[in-house]
Write a protein that binds this ligand. Structure first.
Ligand code: SF4
Length: 688
């Protein structure tokens, strides 16, 4: 590969999932020749999964976009930066003039560095004067931000991944972390090996369930009922932390009354989990405190996503498992920087650091800092409303930064019809994707390793991302693109690098980051809040029951279960649930260009139960049709005893048989509008 004296090592952060593994890129010239974990560095202590180790070659792909593109008569042609930027500015100006500031909207990128998301939301708020800015947390963990903020006061993981190895109990609900967050799963297995009890709750018997002391295979969408059932046992058997609840929680009486409506017998009927197992799990939780609760999108991507998150928080509060070591409510965020994109204010309701746009004091602060007047005081639109708005005509322009929304949003036909209705679409991207083909202008952007900045992992750890080479051709850093557009609107922004954006604006303008300077994370990352130069960061939130809500107490929510929006019927007798697999990441824009990974998973499957397969005469490896009210896909059946009868499970990695041809855009979480990716009704058919 290279002589030892030719090789340099550059430390950086993995570009895939929210674990945020620290890695060394072994470089020969500007070529990565090997990737290794950084021994002893948090969060991964030298470990890497297959994506982190082998998923880097996309940055060298010959398919990279290298020059701005403008669509003319339905065909893209190359353009100069000035021409493309001027066109975007003139279109945005005329749309805003004719239809108002809220006629434009933006979707930021959870793959890119914090500084890019900060810059994009600043462009929309300070220059376009709209809060119509959002990002893909909308389709994954927006319920976490809303639910944990309501319950505990802070919308982030309360504890840290390393604590999994030292806790007494791991309660993993709705998380296929062995595939989606593989290194987090290794710490859970370490915890189990060190004597912790492991409870896994999921509709699928995924790999982690093989290690579990209790595996509860609940029905899709029954989480609130199941958790109420557990808490019913804890309360009726007097096994809850009375002192903690009395001192640190509000709404006890209403919460208790609601939970008592869910005895195990009723919950067994709703969830399919036997009554005696509900009682056993409740006792295991009580007997093995403190314990950690971990969850992923199996909790959030439901019509009750925010309620599900609040329910997990309820359970941990009832057990007194919050605000202490080896405990807490621990969402594993999906993409490498989805925590960061939320933290940076790429949300329609907050500036960075979760400062609310409806708070006059926050607006005043940012008006002064950004040198502008009249920042918008209304909440912006969430992605589903922006999309629908394109169709109704309320929304005219959409700027999509690094997201392949045609393949990731629910109901692909609907998404395409929305984009086709748009007056003007701009994309920043590395490659042509299913989404960029609907753009009027495409800006070629710098990728991971082509710019300096930071990612924030799921445990709030802000870590360095380092530049190892220039972007190809004329591709530019995203923060530069936003800055150039702002300049053409008459705003001269000073910062001209990721580090300057962080140190000059991100850190000083948000309490959570005040003490978190670029210098300080030169070696290891720091977990926010980090409020002063002396502050080493915060491993555990809400220590000693100090909650970040008004009054300082946590909130026990009284919650009712409701079924998924679309339940199986005679025509569509199966429930489709979606997720992702180990070897690919989302729509494969990156992993699809990493040769080794493509070889490992070259096509999509529909996982169905052995019971259903036998009944329908479907063989493992046979092609089937999966059909919903939105569309149909032809896909290879993978027959498995890990799937419960009545369930079909698919991912979104391959476009032609992407599960999102089938998912629904009308079923969504009532608070955050996060789509109900985990439940829609489908039929399956053997192709004769
Ligand atoms: Fe990268 Fe996540 Fe794998 Fe770590 S676990 S190497 S962050 S994909």
């Amino acid at each position: 590969k290279g002589r030892i004296y030719e090789i340099t090592k550059v430390r950086t952060t993995c570009p895939y999932c929210g674990v945020g593994c620290q890695m060394y890129l072994h470089m020969k010239g500007d070529q990565i020749i090997e990737v290794s974990g950084v021994e002893d560095a948090l969060p991964n202590k030298g470990r890497l999964c297959v994506k982190g180790r082998y998923g880097y070659d996309f940055i060298y792909s010959k398919e990279r976009l290298t020059t701005p593109l403008i669509k003319e008569n339905g065909v893209f042609r190359e353009a100069s930066w000035d021409e493309a930027l001027d066109l975007v500015v003139s279109k945005f100006k005329s749309i805003i003039e004719k239809h108002g500031n809220d006629a434009v909207g933006g979707i930021s990128c959870a793959r890119s560095i914090n500084e890019d998301s900060y810059q994009m939301q600043k462009l929309f708020r300070a220059v376009f004067k709209t809060n119509n800015i959002d990002h893909c947390a909308r389709v994954c963990h927006a319920p976490t931000v809303a639910g944990l903020a309501a319950s505990l006061g802070t919308g982030g993981m309360t504890n840290s991944l390393g604590e999994c190895a030292n806790t007494n109990l791991l309660f993993c609900i709705g998380t296929n972390m062995t595939e989606a967050h593989p290194i987090a799963a290794t710490f859970v297995k370490n915890g189990k090996r060190n004597g912790a009890k492991l409870i896994v709750v999921d509709p699928r018997r995924h790999r982690l369930a093989d290690y579990a002391d209790e595996f509860a295979q609940l029905k899709v969408g029954s989480d609130v009922a199941f958790l109420n059932g557990i808490m019913n046992v804890l309360i009726t058997e007097d096994k809850y932390d009375k002192e903690f609840v009395k001192e640190h929680c509000e709404n006890w009486e209403d919460f208790k009354a609601k939970v008592l409506e869910y005895p195990p017998s009723r919950v067994a009927e709703i969830s399919g989990v036997p009554e005696e197992q509900i009682i056993r799990i409740a006792n295991m939780l009580w007997d093995n405190r403190p314990g950690m609760a971990l969850y992923t999108l199996g909790i959030t991507e439901h019509n009750s996503g925010t309620d599900n998150v609040k329910s997990v928080a309820n359970l941990q509060l009832l057990l007194g498992n919050v605000g202490k070591e080896n405990a807490g409510v621990n969402p594993l965020r999906g993409q490498n920087n989805v925590q960061g994109a939320c933290d940076m204010g790429a949300l329609p309701n907050t500036y960075h650091g979760y400062q609310y746009v409806v708070d006059p004091k926050a607006r005043e602060k940012f008006e002064k800092a950004w040198g502008v007047e009249n920042l918008p005081d209304q909440l912006g639109k969430m992605i589903p409303d922006m999309m629908d708005g394109l169709k109704t005509g309320e929304q005219k322009a959409l700027w999509i930064f690094g997201e392949n929304i045609v393949a990731t949003e629910p109901d692909i036909s609907h998404v395409i019809s929305c984009l086709e209705a748009a007056e003007f679409v701009v994309c920043n991207d590395l490659f042509m994707t299913e989404t960029t083909q609907y753009a009027d202008v495409i800006f070629p952007a710098a990728a991971w390793s082509e710019d300096d900045g930071t990612f924030t992992n799921c445990e709030r750890r802000v870590s360095r991302v380092r530049k190892i080479k220039d972007a190809p051709g004329d591709a530019k850093p995203n923060w530069w693109i936003f800055k150039e557009v702002a300049k053409r609107f008459g705003h001269n922004w000073e910062a001209s690098s990721g580090p300057e954006i962080w140190d000059n604006e991100v850190a000083p303008l948000a309490d959570n980051f005040k003490g978190l300077t670029f210098d300080k994370i030169e070696e290891d990352g720091i977990q926010w809040p980090c409020r002063s130069v002396e502050d080493p960061g915060t491993q555990i939130l809400h220590m000693n029951g100090n909650f970040a809500r008004p009054g300082g107490k946590a909130y026990l929510s009284d919650l009712d279960w409701r079924p998924p929006t679309e339940v199986p019927d005679e025509e569509y007798p199966f429930t489709l649930s979606t997720g992702r697999r180990l070897y690919h990441y989302h729509t494969r824009t990156q992993t699809g260009r990493a040769k080794g990974l493509n070889d490992l998973l070259p096509e999509e499957y529909a996982d169905i139960s052995d019971v259903d397969a036998k009944r329908l005469g479907i063989e493992h490896g046979e092609k089937i049709i999966v059909r919903s009210r939105r569309g149909e896909v032809k896909v290879t059946a993978r027959v498995s005893e890990r799937i419960q009868p009545g369930l079909v499970w698919m991912a979104i990695h391959y476009f032609e048989n992407n599960a999102n041809w089938l998912t629904t855009s009308t079923g969504k979480d009532s608070i955050t509008k996060t789509p109900e990716y985990k439940a829609c009704a489908v039929a399956i058919e053997k192709i004769s």
